[in-house]
Each structure stands twice: as C-alpha cells, then as structure tokens.
Design a protein around this ligand. Structure first.
Ligand code: UGA
Length: 444
C-alpha cells in the first residue's frame, strides 16, 4: 500500500532517498529550506551531479509522486513517516559533528506530525543523539514519538542503486507497529530478501560510524604500507592484491593513493573521536587519529615528490587531473585533489585543474586555481601532471599523444590507475604512490 512520506533535507542523502521512495510508489514531499535548491528540484534539475539520479527525479516529479516544499504544512499531518536526512557537518571550531540541524528539524517536525506517524532518522549522528531527539520531540509533541534510527550506507556515484537495492537495512529502536510501517514502506527491499538487522537506537547510530571508520581504516592501512613500500622497494598494489585474496581481509578499500576525502569519512572519524572523548573513552579511538594523519600525509606526499623532482615547485606549471573527491561525483568537500592543488598553489606553483563535472564549481570556490576544460591544453602548458581523481577519461589518456605536448614528461599517479610500463615506454617519468615498480627504491 503506497504511503505518504516527508523527506526532510535534500542533500545527497535526502534527494536520493526522496527519489527512491517515489520509485517505490509512495507520495513524497521533499522539504528543503534553501530556495535555490528548491527551485532546481521543482525544475527537475539536481543541484549536484549523481549518475542516473536526475532522470529518476524527473520521472518522479512528472508522475506527481514527488513534490517539494520549503517547510512543513498541513500535508505533513497526513504523512505516515518522516525521514530526517539533514546534514551533520564538522563543527567549525572542533572535531565534533554539528547536530544543530537534527534537533532543529525534530523540533519543527514535532509541531506537525500526527501521533500515528513514525520518524525515521537517516543522518549520520554521534551515538546518543537519537535518544535525546526522541525525548525532546516527545516532550514538545505531547505524545511518545515513535523514532527509528535507520542509517544510510549509500555511496556517492552509486547513490540511487544503493538506496533502491541496499546490501542491508539497519533499524534501531521503534515500536513493533512503527517497524512494521517502515517495512511496508521498504516493501521492495524486503521482497528482495535483503537482511534487516534490528537493534536499539544507540547501536544503530554506532553501526554507521563504525562502518565508515572501518573503511577509512582499511584505506589508511594500505596507505601506511605505501609509506613503508616507498622506502623499502615494495609495491602496495601487488601487496593489496595478495592480502585481499584472504577472505578475512577482502580486496575492497585497499586502493593506495592520495587517500580518502568527501563529506563523510574525514568528518565522521573526527566526530567519532570527539564523541568518544565526551564519553570518557577517548583512548578507544586513538587509532583513528593515526588513520586521519596517514590520510593527510598522503596529500603532502605528492607535494614533496614534486618539490624534490624540481628542486622547488615555485613557478612550475602543474596540471592536476580531477577535482572531485572521487569519480562520478562533483562533490568537492574535503577533496584530496583540491587539497593537493591548493597546497601546490600556496607554494607558488601555477596550478591548472581539470574535472569532467566539477570545473565550474572549482572556479567559483577556488579562484586561485585555473580551470582547464580541455585536456590537451592542460598538457601543453604543464611541467608536470598529477592524476588526483580516477575518472575513466584519465585512464584512457594516451601517453604517446599527450607526451608530445610536453617539454618535460613527469606524471604523479595519485590513484594507481595508469599503466606504468606504457607511460614509461612513452618517455614519461612516472611516480606512482606506494609503488617501487614505478619509483627508484628509496628515491622518492
Ligand atoms: C562512504 C561510504 O562508502 C558509504 O557506505 C557511506 O554511506 C557514505 O560514505 C556516507 O557516510 O554517507 P562515499 O563517501 O560516497 O561513501 O565514498 P567512498 O566510495 O566510500 O569513497 C570515500 C573516499 O575514499 C574517496 O575519496 C575514495 O577515493 C577513497 N578511497 C576509497 C580510497 O582512497 N581507496 C579505496 O580503496 C577506496
């Protein structure tokens, strides 16, 4: 039976969830206070790039299943469920997550929701947030709010698919009736045989933080091995292949390079560290400080390499391939590519940057970087090239052709996606992070 649902906050998470719920046949009201975003959604345009999502948004709007409002209205009283999808960014002055939007959206919702409806929290929050939210909302609504914590595990670049067909669904808290309602809303996921794991509110909050911390740790683990490999003559691409064949370790998230970025991993591990300290068990997450530090050192590594190559990079022209934090996304939040580019710029290099989707945003947000739309133009100007985001089109660059455009052929492969032999045979000096096969032993 189709339901009426509201989705509060239309960032990457909320926009994708709203479209997914409409695809499941529900009547969805997307609530977003930002007028320019609202206008875009109403015109069936996504305010960010996410493969396949704009088309699905367009279909959902055309079918009449998905509409948008800047705030709750009488319609919210008829809704069966309200999904909280607002952001929890890193606070400006500390590692802690800023949960202001969570509590603000809860207090507003308490004025509009009916006692029969459920509230479903999907945002990533510090453990303990949901219980406080439930208490505060129940007090102001005057009835016991049925809150379920249901963290989202979607990846940018694969967001819609991950929402429609998740590998697991985590449900924390809630009454039996509330859980039954949510399972009705998620009927296609239930039908697909997806595991639903039920638990309390705190555990559900922790599942999300723990999953992201574990994945970030895997990446920093292989990047720590890269530091060892670079001075000992080993090759972390081979190493990852070999250890990844052990089923207990697994091959995913062992890609060496300039490390993780985006709106999730960096801020989530820091928020987790901060929350553990508040709870008096900061020592438990000491290792996450190391995870963060290894990750940040990889960005610096690229700068050090180029400095060493040229003596100094001041005045050198560096062409950075990629700006987004990962391919198939135009998200620049804490992007390793942008971090490397701005560090190089600060040291006096002239930095040119290309990105298939994020170029326009880069020129607005980082005017000190020169955006280049055409790869050949970038190559023809550069003293060195840094591959910072592994967009498919960069993997297909012909080193013979691009090499003819350059006086010095120096490339740093920050994502280990270039064929080292091929580039070297075309006359390039190639540095690949964590790979002695590309670098002189100890000579990086
Ligand atoms: C991540 C999680 O994978 C999702 O499950 C989670 O829902 C999401 O955060 C979130 O909390 O909302 P996402 O940030 O979209 O998703 O991207 P990932 O594919 O996890 O990549 C994160 C970063 O790690 C990227 O910068 C990527 O380049 C880097 N990475 C990933 C590596 O450096 N090496 C790897 O082996 C894998």
């Amino acid at each position: 039976m189709p339901k009426i649902v509201t989705v509060i906050g239309l960032g990457y998470l909320g926009a994708t969830h709203a479209v997914a719920m409409a695809e499941f046949g529900h009547t969805v009201i997307g609530i977003e206070p930002d007028e320019s975003k609202l206008r875009a959604f109403r015109e069936k345009k996504l305010p960010f790039y996410e493969p396949g999502l704009e088309l699905a948004l367009s279909k959902a709007v055309d079918s009449g299943k998905l509409t948008f409002q800047s705030a709750h209205s009488e319609t919210s009283r008829n809704a069966h469920a309200h999904f909280i999808c607002v952001g929890t960014p890193q606070s400006e002055s500390s590692y802690a997550a800023n949960t202001t939007y969570i509590y603000a959206s809860g207090s507003e919702l308490a004025k509009w929701m009916s006692p029969e409806s459920i509230v479903v929290g999907k945002s990533t929050v510090p453990v303990g947030t949901a219980l406080r939210l439930k208490t505060e909302m129940s007090e102001s609504a005057g009835f016991d709010v049925d809150l379920i914590w249901n963290p989202e595990f979607l990846r940018e670049g694969n967001a819609l698919e991950d929402s429609l067909r998740p590998d697991r669904v985590v449900l924390g808290g809630g009454t039996a009736k509330g859980i039954a309602t949510l399972k009705e809303i998620y009927a296609p996921i239930v039908k697909a045989g997806t595991p639903f794991v039920e638990m309390d509110l705190q555990t559900a909050e922790l599942v999300k933080t723990a999953a992201n911390s574990f994945l970030a740790t895997k990446i920093s683990f292989i990047n720590a091995m890269a530091e060892i490999a670079e001075v000992s003559g080993a090759d972390t691409v081979k190493l990852a292949e070999a250890i990844g064949l052990d089923e207990r370790i697994g091959k995913h998230f062992l890609k060496t390079g300039i490390g993780f970025g985006g709106g999730c991993f960096p801020k989530d591990i820091r928020a987790f560290i901060s929350r553990a300290e508040e709870l008096g068990v900061g020592d438990a997450l000491d290792f996450l400080r190391a995870v963060d530090a290894v990750n940040l050192r990889r960005r610096q590594r690229v700068v050090d390499l180029l400095n060493k190559e040229f003596g100094t990079i001041a005045e050198k022209k560096i062409f950075v391939l990629g700006a987004s934090f990962k391919p198939n996304s135009d998200d620049l939040r804490d992007s390793p590519a942008i971090a490397v580019a701005t560090k190089l710029r600060e040291l006096g290099a002239n930095v040119f940057i290309h990105d298939p989707k994020a170029g326009e945003q880069v020129s607005i947000l980082f005017p000190e970087l020169t955006v280049v739309d055409n790869l050949a133009e970038g190559f023809s100007m550069a003293n060195a090239v840094v591959l910072a985001t592994e967009w498919d089109e960069y993997k297909q660059i012909d080193p013979e052709v691009s090499g003819t455009l350059m006086a010095q052929k120096v490339v740093v492969d920050g994502r280990n996606v270039l064929d080292v032999e091929r580039w070297r045979n075309a006359g390039w000096k190639i540095y690949a992070l964590g790979r002695s096969v590309a670098n002189e032993v100890g000579g990086l």
